[in-house]
Design a protein around this ligand. Structure first.
Ligand SMILES: [Zn+2]
Length: 442
């Protein structure tokens, strides 16, 4: 099975090719070129588009699609305390409907590879992680589900109520089972499982340590939230006598198999250290601004050589899930933080949205358009009213982010054509998430 995607401009991740094309064979890129395209079983011709590597979502909580718009003006801890009891009512069907909405919106925004950090497993509710994996297969997105967890309930000094935390041994056993069942380490993999206890204020230090050991035993990656807010920093200093980054390092959570969400409140020494040990940072600018959490030191991290990707974060703290929008927000927020328009340029923002995210997720086979890589491609129109006539289309698409992609290819398969999702009915997904959100609101 072969596919050719032709575009007015192809940005490979390093080169810009006018009138370029990408040839995919059996899910992988066979050739990239310009001029007359080779014959293929299927042809997508987008002369009015920029084609680029599919965008990568390095941090998300897809279940939160069922609880959007709550506590619109709260801090992270206020927002979490209000939402934990709502999330305690979740079951596998809620997760399935929410994941369909999240994945549909991500695919429509040009995202082809997404992680999902799922850490709420209410007592007695089976099949939640399974629902995520099945939905990714159904919608056709490349997926890294992170088996999250919470074990430090209120009665032990944690933030979440005891009703949403699990037992230490049960968490590790179920995580290992999910790795055994779903993790595919091969190049071109459509599903890789990640070990992901939630945060220093919802997980015991022992679970952090044991989770790292479990992940390393199976050669899978590690993910958690670190240095998101000053409240978290205070919690760690008061409870553990050290700052969040130092705590995580003490617990064995550094190295090139680890990526953190946020990494906002890092000192100069911590920025250097993150870069040195090749731990990734998933920057989530919209969520950070929504919660007033702070501004990640993206420009400093990039300059230090750190791996930095982008995430939409859960849709309860970013009511959208549009990776192109995050590239836009990252560009603007970096400039605000540095009070300099040179802090981050458009091409650097697209790098965060593509290769930076793939580095966080450990995918050297994704996020560049070159022979031998996964055939994951996003095409954005530059002839619509939002972009028509715009000078420097790559800069233009970052400064005026597209609401949706024109064409999206995952694993050599067209999943979005002419701005419409082919793997699910968008209207039906919207009706289902409205009904489920109403049910969750009680
Ligand atoms: Zn998060």
């Amino acid at each position: 099975m072969t596919l050719v995607v032709k575009a007015g401009l192809v940005w490979t991740g390093s080169r810009e090719i006018e009138g370029g094309w990408v040839l995919a064979r059996d899910g992988m890129i066979a050739q990239v070129g310009s001029g007359v395209a080779p014959h293929a079983d299927e042809v997508v011709d987008d002369p009015n588009c920029v084609a680029m590597p599919g965008l990568v979502n390095a941090h998300d909580h897809m279940y939160q699609w069922a609880t959007r718009g709550y506590v619109p003006d709260g801090t992270l801890f206020e927002w979490l305390r209000a939402l934990y009891p709502v999330w305690a009512r979740m079951d596998a069907e809620v997760v399935r409907v929410a994941a369909r909405a999240a994945m549909a919106k991500l695919l429509l925004s040009g995202c082809t590879l997404s992680s999902d950090h799922h850490y709420v497993f209410p007592h007695g509710q089976a099949g939640i992680f399974e629902a995520l994996v099945e939905t990714a297969r159904e919608l056709g997105i490349r997926f890294h589900p992170c088996r999250g967890s919470m074990s430090l309930g209120e009665s032990k000094g944690g933030l979440p109520p005891d009703s949403v935390v699990e037992e230490h041994d049960a968490i590790l056993a179920d995580t290992e089972e999910m790795i055994r069942r779903y993790h595919d380490p091969r190049p071109g993999s459509m599903c890789r499982v990640v070990v992901a206890p939630c945060s220093p204020f919802s997980v015991t230090p022992q679970l952090m340590r044991d989770s790292a050991a479990l992940a390393r035993k199976h050669g899978v990656r590690l993910h958690t939230h670190v240095a998101e807010t000053l409240d978290e920093e205070r919690f760690c200093v008061e409870n553990f006598g050290m700052r969040p980054y130092k705590l995580m390092e003490d617990l064995g959570w550094t190295g090139d198999d680890v990526w953190y969400a946020h990494g906002i409140h890092l000192s100069d020494a911590e920025v250097s250290r993150v870069a040195e040990v090749k731990t990734g940072i998933a920057h989530c600018p919209s969520s950070n601004m929504r919660l007033g959490a702070g501004a990640c030191r993206v420009a400093d991290l990039v300059r230090a050589g750190a791996r930095v990707g982008l995430g939409v974060d859960g849709s309860a703290s970013n009511e959208d899930a549009n990776l192109a929008m995050e590239a836009h927000q990252a560009l603007l927020l970096a400039r605000v933080r540095a009070t300099s328009p040179q802090a981050l340029d458009a091409r650097a923002a697209w790098m965060l949205a593509t290769r930076g995210g793939a580095e966080c997720l450990g995918r050297d086979d994704c996020a560049t358009l070159e022979a031998g890589k996964c055939a994951d491609i996003a095409c954005f129109r530059i002839d619509d009213l939002a972009h028509a006539g715009i000078k420097d289309p790559l800069a233009g698409l970052a400064l005026a982010p597209p609401a949706r992609a024109q064409t999206v290819v995952v694993n050599g398969r067209v999943v979005v054509r002419e701005g419409r999702l082919l793997t699910a009915d968008e209207g039906e997904v919207a009706r289902e998430i409205a009904a489920t959100s109403a049910r969750m609101a009680g």
